[in-house]
Design a protein around this ligand. Structure first.
Ligand code: EPZ
Length: 417
């Protein structure tokens, strides 16, 4: 298993172009299952989760032509509607194929995704909402089997929680269902807007994406389309926080700052200095960062995917901070590892109490989930001495060759087998 070694007391120099969004690209790749025509996607990030999803789509018979960060998919000749455990266990987002396979085959079998480091990750909202379109599910031997006995028919569905994945599964399935589907309490994340944009380019009839009510009018079939994936707002937020932590003058480019509002507001309250432009954000070094108390929340609230990174920054603040994780039940695996690097963080139920004025010192640490791992990278950049981060495959799932991406911005970061 690879490890990375980071020399501390680094800062970031110059700028970075933010790649395409992993969490927008995954459902858009899956949406190719709905069509018998080519779907050409640009600005795909080169990360492990994308490779895993392409492997899964190929197992159904989707033809995939990939050139750097562009991919052409065609699902005209699907031959399989079973997603096996070995492919699904690597990535929770595999559950997104359930609805589209049902729309094409009227039946589908998916291995239950199982939990992951940040929680049990149930799929009850996916199943309950798809059932309201006419799907009958049963769960046996670790598989979920869905059957459409007659046809998929649109319905008014109220989500008990604005689940991102369940909203995406529902939108894609409703595109090929008969009649109109109204999703109430839908997730409002920008990645949902990007998925809707791509589906509309394919000829789907969708309105309201980005709000809590999305309306989809079913169509018979979809047409050839092109789509460019939006920027990765979590990667952008990660680099903004890295620049603030390392007191670097640094420019984060290819972003849409309106999708980073909650992070910008929190950093401004902490007295970080940011120059906000429409498509870029410049971090200006500042010596004084104040502590703050925040909760994670569904969009447009503070993103759970930036919680670990924000926690690393809070360790350097002049005062104490609190961060409550309201989305996942077990997303504090980075706390023990940050404490190994010299932090002083206590967890009480869903809240982490973070002492400020920390001086990080390099150590051996263990990566756990994708975002927890990157918070260790950020702390390592600020630490006295070297830090070794083990099990780096977690990082590779969501960050393109982090030792190169980050290394090109100044820090000394090497990967070892
Ligand atoms: C998406 O996961 C993202 N993944 C996650 O990013 C992100 O943290 C999450 O949304 C929240 O923003 C992708 O887009 C691929 P949810 P998803 O359904 O769809 C519970 C990363 O690091 N829930 O909104 O799985 C669930 O357990 C990843 O890139 C149910 O109870 O998130 C969680 O507590 C991590 N039943 C909460 O809802 C369900 O059927 C939010 O889950 C579905 C979800």
């Amino acid at each position: 298993m690879d490890k990375i070694i980071i020399d501390g007391k680094s800062n970031l120099i110059g700028s970075i172009d933010i790649p395409g969004s992993k969490n927008a690209a995954l459902p858009i790749l899956v949406s190719s299952l709905l069509s018998k025509k080519n779907l050409k996607i640009h600005n795909i990030p080169e990360v492990q989760d994308i490779k895993s999803m392409i492997q899964l789509l190929k197992s159904f018979g989707v033809s995939v032509i990939k050139k750097e960060n562009e991919v052409i998919l065609n699902a005209k000749n699907l031959k399989n509607n079973i997603a096996d455990y070995d492919l699904v266990r690597k990535m929770r987002a595999s559950i997104l194929v359930l609805g589209p396979l049902l729309a094409r085959f009227k039946k589908a079998t998916i291995s239950l995704p199982g939990g992951c480091a940040i929680g049990t990750r149930p799929i009850d909202i996916h199943l309950d909402s798809l059932s309201q379109l006419g799907v009958k599910f049963k769960i046996e031997n670790g598989f979920v089997k869905g059957v459409v006995e007659k046809e998929l028919v649109g319905s008014k569905i109220i989500l008990p929680f604005p689940s991102v994945g369940a909203t995406e599964n529902l939108i894609m399935t409703a595109c090929l269902s008969k009649g109109t589907t109204i999703i109430k309490n839908s997730a409002k994340e920008p990645e949902i807007i990007d998925l809707a944009k791509s589906l509309i380019a394919m000829g789907a009839k969708i309105s309201g994406s980005g709000t809590n009510t999305i309306i989809i009018k079913g169509v018979q079939n979809l047409k050839e389309a092109n789509h460019k994936i939006m920027f990765d707002r979590i990667t952008a937020g990660t680099f903004i926080i890295a620049a603030v932590m390392t007191k670097s003058k640094f420019k984060i480019q290819n972003v849409n700052s309106k999708y980073l509002k909650s992070l910008i507001q929190v950093l401004s309250k902490m007295k970080a200095k940011l120059k906000i432009q429409k498509n870029s954000i410049i971090v200006v070094p500042t010596s004084k960062i104040n502590g703050i108390n925040i909760n994670t929340a569904p969009y447009p609230g503070f993103p759970t995917d930036l919680q670990a990174q924000m926690m690393a920054l809070m360790c350097l603040a002049k005062g104490n901070s609190k961060i409550s994780e309201k989305i996942f039940e077990n997303r504090f695996l980075h706390v023990a590892e940050l404490n190994r690097l010299g932090a002083n963080i206590k967890v009480v139920k869903d809240t982490a109490l973070i002492e400020g004025n920390v001086r990080f010192r390099g150590a051996q640490v263990m990566a756990s989930d994708l975002r927890a791992s990157v918070s260790l990278v950020l702390a390592a950049l600020c630490a006295e001495g070297k830090t070794v981060i083990n099990r780096v495959y977690h990082l590779d799932r969501g960050y393109e060759k982090i030792e190169k991406t980050l290394g090109n911005c100044g820090p000394t970061i090497t990967r070892k087998k």
